[in-house]
Ligand binder design. Structure first.
Ligand code: PSU
Ligand code: MN
Length: 331
């Protein structure tokens, strides 16, 4: 007997079908079945990343941007314990209003489903659910990364490890500049996340056009991203492709203002001992407040651009034909 259970009890029930854990909304389901382009969108940016009440309008606008570019948006969240890919407007409203809305990383998904919770999904959880649903392209503002002071706190976003084993394209304005950007770039390398700059040779700086750090690879069109996706699939690689798409120079936050307000925000977080899941939302909110809303404008410009590019990549992916088979040749 092990844990009160007979070893020869017979076969256990088969594992739950992946599809059984997911509810894919009708427009998203038909788009996937018909081979039409779909773009997954995360929901933590709505519930925890942007100030109320404008966050609801932004959530709707991001979906509209994807639609206007000919792709179906699939905002991802957990609603009353159900993992949902594609939300109704009333659910966007609920996430935007949300004091009861949890922030869910990949590891939180089983608990949220098991306990009937409602929560917004971060990049790690969204990427997982999107891939499970068969969605290949995903847009966000800036992914999580290694926090400053990681030497003491060990605070590294679960986004990075999740992307190392989730085969999606993530369109993002780099990692958030509130983080230790050089350390985050190193971790992306260690974790085998493929990184390409979109029309840039420098790693973007989220609110800033550039972080000042060089990038190894540059692509210049959605078709080139799709060629990378096809090669990745043919090689049997299961890690994500990060398409680093910078905010325009005209729309970025002024670098001096950025640095000054960020320094204050980091000092405040340290003084108030803000840590864990609360840290990223805290810093983003302080950046918005300390810049008189200019950080918000830059963040929105970045995420709008990422949604538009993601839609174009998804369209190009759908017109590129069948997914390549993995070939294993022996010599
Ligand atoms: N991009 C934004 N705003 C955000 C986020 C991304 O423009 O709020 C969210 C994403 O959901 C990302 C999360 O996964 O921040 C990272 O949080 P943490 O550092 O706690 O892992
Ligand atoms: Mn963290």
């Amino acid at each position: 007997m092990v844990g009160g259970r007979e070893m020869d009890e017979g076969p256990r029930r088969p594992p739950v079908e992946p599809a059984g854990a997911l509810e894919v909304a009708e427009p998203v389901r038909s788009a996937l079945q018909e081979g039409r382009p779909v773009v997954a969108l995360e929901s933590t940016i709505i519930s925890h990343g942007l100030p109320r009440p404008d966050n609801l309008a932004v959530a709707r606008e991001l979906e509209a941007i994807v639609r206007a570019r000919g792709a179906e948006p699939a905002t991802v969240a957990v609603i009353d314990g159900r993992a949902r890919v594609g939300l109704a407007d009333a659910e966007l409203e609920r996430l935007s209003a949300g004091s009861e809305v949890r922030k869910l990383a990949m590891r939180d998904l089983p608990v949220a489903l098991g306990t009937g919770a409602t929560g917004a999904t971060t990049v790690s959880a969204t990427a997982h659910l999107a891939a499970l649903a068969g969605i290949r392209v995903f847009a966000t503002g800036g992914i999580g990364g290694v926090h400053r002071g990681w030497q003491e706190s060990w605070d590294e976003s679960a986004d990075l490890e999740a992307l190392s084993r989730t085969p999606v394209v993530v369109v993002s304005a780099g990692v958030k500049s509130i983080l230790d950007v050089p350390a985050s770039i190193e971790r992306l390398e260690t974790l085998n996340v493929t990184v390409v700059g979109y029309r840039t040779e420098e790693f973007p700086g989220f609110y800033l056009h550039s972080s000042g750090r060089p990038l190894g690879w540059r692509v210049d069109s959605p078709e080139q991203v799709v060629a990378v996706m096809r090669a990745q699939a043919a090689l049997g690689l299961r890690s994500a492709i990060l398409v680093a798409n910078p905010v325009g120079l005209e729309e970025q936050l002024e670098p001096d203002l950025h640095d000054r307000v960020l320094e204050e925000a980091l000092a405040e977080a340290e003084r108030d001992q803000v840590a864990g899941q609360a840290l990223t939302p805290f810093l983003l909110e302080r950046m918005v407040r300390g810049t008189g809303g200019k950080a918000l404008s830059a963040n929105l410009a970045a995420v709008r651009g990422n949604c538009a590019l993601a839609a174009e990549i998804a369209r190009s992916w759908c017109s590129s034909g069948e997914e390549p088979e993995v070939e294993h040749r022996r010599s």
